[in-house]
Design a protein around this ligand. Sequence first.
Ligand code: MRU
Length: 367
Amino acid sequence: MKVRVDDKEIETRAIFLEDPINGIVRMIDQRFLPWRLVFYDSASVEETSYAIRNFIVRGALTIGAAAAFGAYQAVLEASRNSTQFLSEFINRLELLKNTRPTAYNLFHALNSVCSYVSGLVEAGVSIRDVVKSAREFAINYVENEIIEKNKKIGEIGEKVIENEFKVLTHCNAGALAAVDIGTATAPIYYAHRRGKKITVYVSETRPWLQGARLTAWELSQAGIEVYVISDNAVGYLMQTGEIDVVIVGADRICKNGDTINKIGTYKIALAAHDNGIPFYVAAPSSTIDPTASSGREVVVEERSEDEIHFVFGELENGMLARVRITPMDVRAKNPIFDITPARLITGFITEFGIIEPDSIGAIARQS
Ligand code: MRU
């Protein structure tokens, strides 16, 4: 992704291996966008787990990339005790597994690296060579399983966006959430590059404001016309003919097509259905959970009530500050994902094409 820093354009990614030999993972610290572009370096499984849990990195596929690089850090750390290598490696993966429960890509990435590394160890490969191969595997996972598949989603999904279309997206399923180019935003970037004139409406996405802060930042950096709208404006804008198509990402897709995505997605899908507006979910097949038959089986993450009580932003004097917006003595409830039933989804934009909800289970993969 191209970003502007001090009037200069630089090419970067949401996360990358800054120092492959020593396992230093560099990530854009998303807590400080759009006000500051700050990078966070992780040198250990513990630091990568901290980054995932605390939203330094977020978004299903960037979490998956962090998990793949974190699993490589686990290989490096375990290699210091070669007699207990496999058990040390698997213990460290537990730290990564326990960071966030909903995004399936976290588990897909960990399972992929784990079965690859276990296979090498069982085949008698030396620990030194396991380290080297695990490093290459993690890098290839991010390139091929994430970035290349999202480019395909962009090429395929671009066709659902006609010239002059007004597109609604929710949360951030952009480059920040998917290492580069994004899932829901990939068709938008492709349509824009192909010269289609498009307008994007981005719902704010309370409480963490991924739409207002991150998607609006990303799309405006790319020169795309973007309007931030309140989450509550969606239904009205659909009724008044302001939205032609909805494209969102996904954190986990069940075999029956039920889709878990950022809180508020379900209400948008209901309103789209009521107004006859196509509602697409853009995600690679690594987001489909082959073990979940329906949305009822998925753990929906619930986070601290402070995310509701406080908002974080920039004051007029340029200082960053956190301010309370609720009375001191009230409680808050903060489920951060919801379940959109398959019946409300027009189609899934995947690397294999646009797939109808009742066929999505057929492309689920173990790793
Ligand atoms: O809680 P977050 O910010 O990690 O949630 C992100 C989303 O819900 C995105 O829409 C989803 O991960 C799809 S992007 C690959």
